[in-house]
Design a protein around this ligand. Structure first.
Ligand code: PAF
Length: 299
């Protein structure tokens, strides 16, 4: 256990090996059960460079579980060959003090070699849900996510795992995977945390130049226009999408990857909107790809 400077919450214990993680969790479970009460583990999977979005997940996990594990692992298998794996922001010391502030007990911080032994050749593919929206531009991305999350679930055997609604497609895929594979983990999806100007918090916001950051709120404004169209009675998916595109055209991002209106259950694109839908978008400012979404219940 690392000791924090006086006056601060003590830093979480950092475990780098899979065996160490299993042993530490087993000991905690045995000690908890010996006290004659149910013992629950909450897992907050992250790639680090923590922001308020991650911390809101840890806070909720702290309230709902006896032991909170956060994983900090920049998972190479979810990055495409031309993507930002090498430059993905990392700052473990800062992450540990932020995690300590939320009462995280244990941080799992493995190396890529520890997570993926030589010869690794088993993958988890959530078909259909993985090929649409972000999956179209990032082939293999969700296979990498589903595989690493399955491994984290197998190692931690959490009762609950916490994900952000900002990655709506990821959350749906993980929930589907946990149900299909009978993993016995409750997947808890927490609301998007935004900066004051509406920009959804993301580790990748750190890549934006001040000029790009100043233009970024257009993404959320566009989605809110689509939401407003739905709330005003528009039911034609194309017209809802156009409402968002019209706002984006006012100060266009460098590239629009997609704006879609999809069913919140299965990510299918309806022609006529009904039930719960996600209006989701991905845009580029320079080389930085930002995503955001709004969830709307249509009566
Ligand atoms: O959302 C993320 O940070 C990652 O995709 C996750 C879930 C930690 C898997 O690497």
């Amino acid at each position: 256990m690392t000791v924090a400077p006086e006056g601060t919450a003590s830093l979480p214990e950092v475990v780098e090996s899979k065996d160490g993680l299993r042993a530490r969790l087993e000991a905690a479970r045995v000690a908890g059960i010996a006290q004659g009460r149910p013992f629950s583990v909450g897992l907050v999977p992250t790639m680090g460079f923590l922001h308020e979005g991650h911390l809101s997940l840890a806070r909720r996990a702290r309230v709902e579980n006896d032991l909170v594990v956060m994983s900090i692992f920049v998972n190479p298998t979810q990055f495409g060959p031309a993507e930002d794996l090498d430059r993905y922001p990392r700052d473990l010391d800062r992450d540990l003090s932020l995690a300590a502030g939320e009462g995280v007990d244990l941080v799992f911080h493995p190396s890529a070699e520890e997570m993926y032994a030589p010869g690794h050749c088993t993958w988890v593919d959530v078909e259909g849900l993985s090929e649409v929206l972000c999956g179209r531009a990032r082939p293999g991305h969700f296979r990498g996510v589903a595989t690493v999350v399955t491994k984290l679930f197998a190692l931690c055997r959490p009762d609950r795992a916490y994900f952000g609604q900002k990655d709506a497609q990821q959350a749906l895929i993980v929930r589907r995977m946990a149900a299909d594979l009978d993993l016995g983990v409750e997947v808890v999806v927490c609301p998007i945390v935004r900066d004051a100007d509406g920009v959804a918090m993301s580790s990748r916001n750190a890549y934006l130049t001040p000029q790009q950051r100043a233009r970024a709120p257009i993404l959320n404004r566009a989605l809110r226009a689509a939401q407003h169209a739905l709330e005003s009675g528009e039911r034609d998916a194309g017209a809802v999408k156009d409402a968002a595109l019209k706002v984006l055209a006012e100060d266009p991002p460098d590239r629009v990857d997609y704006v879609e209106v999809v069913s919140a259950d299965d990510l299918r694109e309806p022609q006529v909107v009904r039930g719960e839908v996600v209006v989701a978008a991905a845009v580029f400012f320079g080389a930085t790809r930002l995503i955001d979404n709004v969830l709307v219940k249509v009566p």
